[in-house]
Design a protein around this ligand. Structure first.
Ligand code: B3K
Ligand code: ZN
Length: 863
């Protein structure tokens, strides 16, 4: 057990920093284990108090400290493991510090570290303090100039802004000088030094300026960066067209690194990416990889305005940049790939991750009010629910007023570190609306439960809709208030014709009643179209109504949703001991009808074929019994595979393409449908189907098809699985990103022996726990996406995850903390499972020398 009790940071305690750091000059003498960092800060007191200068700094070896060139004596300052305090300072001065750091032993991957022999940085949120002494907080903006000195074996020395000089040094070393004209917080600082190949291009901005674009990758990998570069150019253009945002520097760089704690980072002018989200070619990347690359490249680029030019006053405002930027990248993806399918994917992810978070002990508001480690708040709530809030704002205000509000925000707060209040105030002012109640979405945790009841008065031809909302208590928030919830509703006739187009009803009280006149016949209600609010909706719709929506709703999101709801009820019914065989047949029949609809796109049909996931189903049943849910879901899968066997085989054949690979959404949609058919057929693995899937795998000429064949073979198990896995490993043993997929497919293996196999894989020579991609591919995939096996009644799955968390915490606390989530929902499971999960959380908390990151989440998870 840790003996100290770390103190939480609170929003209510915010105070501006009492000094401005006008310029920051950094000189790096790079060396793997002994890098020297000299910092010259021009400091000016901005408050009228005489307080001391307190700078953050961790794991730094201080070599010297001077004010205006005068070295300080030991009694003029104090150092502890987290801070440097200089007791008395003038009102204006230059502070010079020199420190030594050891990038090669930095396996936490925060600050300056080494990946594949190159130097790189990650500073958000609080990594800069492990590079030099500095006020490591987002509201201290400074102009940076950086000199990097390094061994000549590196081809590139990169930092933010513009390259202003470079040259040889005496020995085998050289240098580069960079200046960034835009003041920025230190979390946006970046440095890369490595032997790199570059893919170059340019972009002409809306005002006619030329921007040089550079993507840096491992030697020999440049062709794999082409899709990322293409995505970047499309994102730049889209942001000009959609939000009027133009890029500001003359150079925009992206670097790919293999060891990275998360997806990517928006450092000013020098984005750093996890290579899994940058490198792609048809042979090694799946369509999902392409889709994510496009989205994340855009996301990081969009941060240049929403995050960099306008940043956060403090880390409680994280959603200010993340929620808005996710909304921007989701809107971009919808424009690139089609709105309905994009929305379905977003909502699937939102429910699986954010709704689960909101329903458990880790629930927190989109703008939290206290934390121990801000790293723990890069959550689905802040990102995804943060984006949903912006989407609702747009729905409520309308597109025009929303754009006006954005323009006002960009104009008013450019160059500032600001707050969510200031952001919302722009929309209130631009639209003339009072958004006081709307702000509740930022402050209140939990997913509202909305119910809709309808009554049709045939004589008056009027429909009464009664909507109500409640939100269950969440930790620290025992009572909840009503929030403004936009509910988009349309009406269909029982034969599927449109009776009334979509209208947005704003439910802003606990209960509201709306009466619609001139409704020609008793309608089928299509509510929460496009998932207009992040809520759980219950309606009084009958199954017959859902079949009408499943067949005919012009709102494709709700068409899909109707199918999901039908499937969900059948699975939950069977898992709860009330199977509905007739309903299952009817559902399979309706699904078959939907799959032969020529008007529907293959990508949409692939979504129809995917049943609700097991984690989703677990959220909908209390207490959750993962084994029963898995069996019931499998039963329905088998039912579909048998009932629709001919159709699925026909579609599987029709979707095959001999054309040259195209990464377009249309081509990807066809592959998605073909893979979904293979997956569906694997639920009825008679010889014909097995041979078809083996053929699918063996004939695959791209990674999408290959994984689309590999996973069903793994699920079928036995010789088919072993042969395919051995073949795949041999073929891809030198490609790290593909080997990640090999591990991940095995983490998802639904067969009973999977835990033994996963444990054995942790001793495989290719398993590298210090690499977050590899670790997550195996361990987190198993814990998050294989619930029936993770929740083994023996508790062995929980023990395995805990062993891994504790081992990883010793060198990478941020990544270890992110692995706790699957244990967090312990209260929602059968009591005997919940108890075993709890025991492992207690084991974590009792562990000596736990990081703050893991301590905070494990303690909260225990509740
Ligand atoms: N802003 C970074 C995330 C940093 C995470 C730090 N723990 C990437 C992004 O959201 O774009
Ligand atoms: Zn972001």
């Amino acid at each position: 057990m840790r003996t100290d009790t770390p103190q939480p940071i609170r929003l209510a305690d915010y105070r501006p920093f009492p000094f401005a750091i006008e310029t920051t000059r950094l000189v790096f003498e790079l060396h793997p284990s002994r890098t020297r960092v000299k910092a010259e800060l021009s400091v000016r007191r901005t408050s009228d108090t005489r307080e001391a200068l307190v700078l953050n700094g961790e794991r730094l070896k201080l070599l010297s400290v001077a004010i205006d060139g005068q070295a300080l004596s030991a009694n003029q300052y104090a150092i502890d493991p987290e801070q440097l305090t200089i007791h008395e300072v003038p009102d204006q001065f230059v502070l010079t510090t020199e420190v030594e750091i050891d990038p090669s032993s930095n396996k936490a991957l925060m600050g300056l570290y080494m990946s594949g022999g190159r130097f790189c940085t990650q500073c958000e949120a609080e990594g800069f303090r492990t590079i030099t002494y500095f006020p490591d907080r987002p509201d201290v903006l400074s102009r940076y100039s950086v000199r990097i000195e390094a061994d000549r074996k590196f081809t590139h020395l990169l930092s933010n802004g513009n390259l202003v000089g470079s040259g040889a040094l005496d020995d085998d070393r050289f240098f580069a000088e960079w200046t960034d004209p835009f003041p920025k917080p230190c979390y946006l600082f970046a440095l890369v030094a490595g032997h790199l190949d570059v893919l170059a291009d340019k972009f002409i901005t809306m005002s006619g300026r030329e921007v040089a674009l550079r993507v840096f990758v491992d030697p020999g990998q440049a062709s794999r960066a082409a899709y990322a570069l293409d995505s970047l150019k499309r994102a730049m253009k889209w942001d000009e067209d959609t939000f009027g945002r133009e890029y500001d520097l003359d150079l925009f760089m992206i670097v790919a690194v293999r060891d990275f704690n998360f997806g990517a980072m928006e450092n000013k002018g020098l984005n750093i990416f996890n290579s899994s989200l940058l490198l792609a070619d048809p042979e090694t990347a799946t369509d999902l990889d392409y889709e994510r690359i496009e989205a994340v490249v855009a996301h990081e680029y969009f941060h240049n305005w929403t995050g960099n030019r306008i940043t956060c006053r403090d880390w409680f405002q994280l959603c200010l940049k993340e929620g808005f930027t996710v909304f921007r990248d989701q809107s971009f993806s919808a424009d690139m790939r089609g709105e309905a399918v994009q929305r379905i994917k977003e909502v699937r992810a939102l429910r699986a991750r954010q709704f689960a978070e909101d329903a458990g002990p880790l629930a927190h508001p989109v703008r939290p009010s206290s934390y121990l480690k801000i790293d723990n708040f890069y959550t689905a709530t802040i990102y995804e629910k943060g984006s949903e809030i912006i989407r609702m704002l747009k729905t409520i205000l309308g597109a025009e007023a929303f754009r006006k509000g954005c323009d006002l925000y960009f104009q008013r707060h450019d160059g500032e570190a600001t707050t969510v209040e200031a952001f919302i105030a722009c929309f209130a002012e631009a639209s003339g609306r009072d958004l006081t109640d709307f702000f509740g979405w930022y402050e209140q945790a939990g997913t509202p439960a909305v119910t809709l009841q309808t009554a049709y008065d045939e004589a008056a031809r009027a429909l009464t809709l009664t909507l109500s909302q409640t939100t269950a208590p969440t930790p620290g928030q025992p009572t909840k208030r009503a929030l403004p919830i936009p509910v988009a509703i349309g009406l269909l006739s029982t034969s599927g014709e449109v009776l009334r187009d979509t209208e947005v009803v704003l439910l802003d009280e606990a209960t509201a009643t709306v009466r619609w006149e001139n409704v020609a016949s008793e309608p089928v209600v299509s509510a929460l179209r496009g998932f207009s609010a992040p809520v759980n909706l219950t309606t009084d719709a009958r199954p017959a109504d859902r079949y009408v929506l499943f067949a005919s709703d012009p709102d494709l999101f709700n068409r899909w949703e109707a199918g999901q709801t039908l499937a969900r009820d059948l699975i939950l019914g069977r898992a709860g001991g009330a199977p509905d065989e007739v309903g299952e047949e009817r559902y399979a029949e309706a699904l078959g009808q939907a799959l032969v609809d020529d008007a529907a796109e293959p990508a949409f049909k692939a979504q129809l074929l995917a049943l609700p996931s097991e984690p989703d189903l677990a959220l909908m049943s209390e207490p959750a019994d993962p084994a029963a849910l898995h069996a019931a879901r499998d039963h329905l899968r088998a039912r579909i595979a048998v009932h629709l066997g001919d159709l699925l085989r026909r579609l599987h054949g029709d979707m095959q393409s001999d054309n040259e690979f195209s990464a377009s959404a249309q081509a990807a949609g066809r592959r998605a449908l073909r893979n979904a058919c293979a997956e569906a057929l694997s639920a009825d693995p008679h010889n014909d189907n097995l041979m078809r899937i083996v053929g699918h795998y063996e004939a695959a000429r791209n990674m999408t098809d290959m994984i689309g064949g590999l996973y069903p073979l793994v699920a079928i198990g036995g010789v088919a699985r072993d042969k395919a896995l051995a073949n795949f490993h041999y073929a891809w043993r030198t490609e790290p990103l593909v080997l990640d997929k090999w591990f991940s497919v095995q983490g998802r293996d639904p067969n009973e022996d999977v835990l033994e196999r996963v444990m054995a894989l942790t001793t495989h020579p290719d398993f590298e726990p210090t690499n977050p991609n590899r670790l997550r591919a195996l361990v987190s995939t198993f814990a998050n996406f294989n619930p029936a096996r993770f929740h083994d009644p023996s508790g062995a799955g929980y023990r395995f995850l805990t062993d891994q968390i504790l081992a990883v915490d010793a060198f990478n606390p941020m990544t270890a903390a992110r692995m706790i989530e699957p244990l967090g929902g312990w209260r929602r499971y059968r009591p005997e499972l919940g108890q075993l999960m709890r025991e492992q959380l207690e084991r974590i908390v009792a562990h000596p020398e736990l990081s703050k990151n893991v301590l905070e989440l494990a303690t909260k998870a225990l509740g």
